[in-house]
Design a protein around this ligand. Structure first.
Ligand SMILES: [Zn+2]
Length: 80
């Protein structure tokens, strides 16, 4: 599970695109996002489940998502 900072990873709700050195920051944030996608793809290819949580998200909601996923995987295994 990753917790992504709203600024650094370009959260759709809170992303701010600084006007000063705009190009530098835009490249920086977009590069982070591309790396996130690449990391997700590599982990999923290895059979990992990837959960990304924005730093603005409620911790209890995030924990519920993790729990739901774990339970879903467990019930899949039981049906095998
Ligand atoms: Zn956010």
């Amino acid at each position: 599970m990753f917790v992504d900072g709203c600024f650094w990873h370009g959260c759709p709700e809170h992303a701010t695109w600084p006007k000063k050195n705009a190009e530098f920051w835009r490249d920086k944030i977009l590069t982070n996002r591309e790396r996130d996608d690449d990391t997700n793809a590599r982990l999923r290819a290895e059979g990992w489940e990837v959960i990304r949580v924005w730093s603005h998200e409620d911790a209890v909601d995030a924990a519920d998502r993790v729990e739901a996923l774990v339970r879903a995987r467990q019930s899949n295994q039981e049906s095998w």
